[in-house]
Write a protein that binds this ligand. Structure first.
Ligand SMILES: [Ca+2]
Length: 366
């Protein structure tokens, strides 16, 4: 029996029941078994109106943008911004993480930390694999102290997993968010450039065009710096820029965003699955951080750019990379776009909405 309460009327279940119902069952359901022809016409008109309504509801559903498929490659466990960036990905229904991979140095421990985060936040179904253990210039992974015993088992075929994910997805649909040194990304590109070219785009945090590291979190110097991710693997960025894949760079110019202490406190106290892991990871990070105890949300900016494209306006540039990791604007056709400025308040608003949502007042709960 189909009931046409206002709620069911607007919802999907009622729509599909309606669509599959023959006119005779419609009439019988509504007590119209013996109606005269004129009333039959009225019933037909009513049916037409209801079907039209159902069609509009389906159209509205179809008009909803599909989630954006992403692969997230990151060096979780060293600085704290990877934790905030990955949490923002997981907490945002607009994004669909197809795979998370780790990059640079002890990729295994980084992946174990992410496995625990995925488990604790209800995302154990998100595929995860460690990338190749390339690179030795990092410090310790201070956040490893968060791992419970026994540490989770993780796959170590990150490059194969990345390429297989791209083969499965329609070409030109997947965005790769590159949030660490580009060693894993470069290994995938070298192993199978053709499959790598199935990416829609790479949005990476890295480099420094006009402005560099400032004296404290959230500030920039007026001169560029050798940014950490590029300094650790300069050739990898050269390879990527020459690959022909669309690359958008979020350099220090646009990613120096300090996490304000009141927002940090709200994130750690929020009723979300991210509060406890982020708070524990932050404590371990802050105890050892050579960068002070205020997080800079570098890696959050590429995620924010996908969620709200208007947070920055990328400009086309020809970027060259020297052996020290300096990224300069050179002569030649553009090989990337770069955001040289960002709407910091807009980025922080996205973080707040996802990780410190306002508590729903008791009377407003269903
Ligand atoms: Ca990172």
């Amino acid at each position: 029996m189909v009931s046409l309460t206002p709620a069911a009327h607007h919802g999907r279940p009622a729509v599909s029941s309606m669509q599959s119902m023959s006119l005779s069952s419609f009439r019988s359901n509504f007590g119209m078994r013996n109606v005269r022809p004129r009333r039959g016409l009225q019933a037909l008109a009513l049916a037409a109106v209801l079907l039209l309504h159902a069609g509009l509801a389906s159209a509205a559903e179809a008009a909803k943008p599909a989630p954006i498929p992403v692969i997230v490659d990151n060096d979780f466990g060293t600085d704290i911004d990877d934790g905030f960036a990955l949490s923002l990905v997981l907490a945002s229904p607009r994004l669909k993480p197809l795979l998370v991979t780790t990059t640079y140095g002890d990729t295994q421990t980084r992946a174990q930390l992410i496995a625990q985060l995925l488990h604790d936040t209800g995302h154990a179904d998100v595929p995860l694999a460690a990338g190749p253990a390339i690179g030795t210039r990092e410090g310790e992974i201070g956040q490893a102290g968060w791992l419970r015993s026994p540490a989770p088992q993780v796959r170590s075929d990150g490059v194969d997993a990345l390429l297989a994910t791209l083969k499965r997805a329609p070409a030109g649909t997947v965005t790769l968010l590159a949030l660490g040194p580009l060693t894993t990304v470069d290994a995938a590109l070298k192993q199978d450039p053709q499959t790598f070219a199935r990416l829609k785009q790479v949005i990476l945090m890295g480099g420094s065009i006009h402005r560099g590291y400032g004296p404290q979190a959230g500030t920039n110097s007026d001169t560029p710096s050798a940014e950490y991710n590029i300094k650790l693997a300069p050739q990898a960025l050269r390879d990527l820029l020459a690959s022909g894949v669309k690359v958008e760079v979020q350099p220090l110019d646009s990613t120096e965003i300090a996490l304000p202490a009141p927002l940090q406190a709200r994130i750690f106290a929020a009723h979300t699955p991210y509060a406890a892991p982020l708070s524990a990871l932050y404590t371990l990070w802050a105890e050892r951080s050579p960068w002070g105890t205020t997080p800079t949300l570098f890696d959050v900016v590429p995620v924010a750019r996908l969620l709200a494209p208007s947070v920055c306006k990328p400009v086309p540039l020809h970027i060259t990379v020297d052996d020290d990791g300096m990224t300069r604007v050179g002569a030649g056709a553009p090989n990337a776009t770069a955001c040289l400025d960002v709407d910091k308040a807009g980025v922080l608003k996205l973080v707040e909405a996802a990780l410190a949502p306002a508590a729903v007042p008791k009377q407003a709960q269903p």
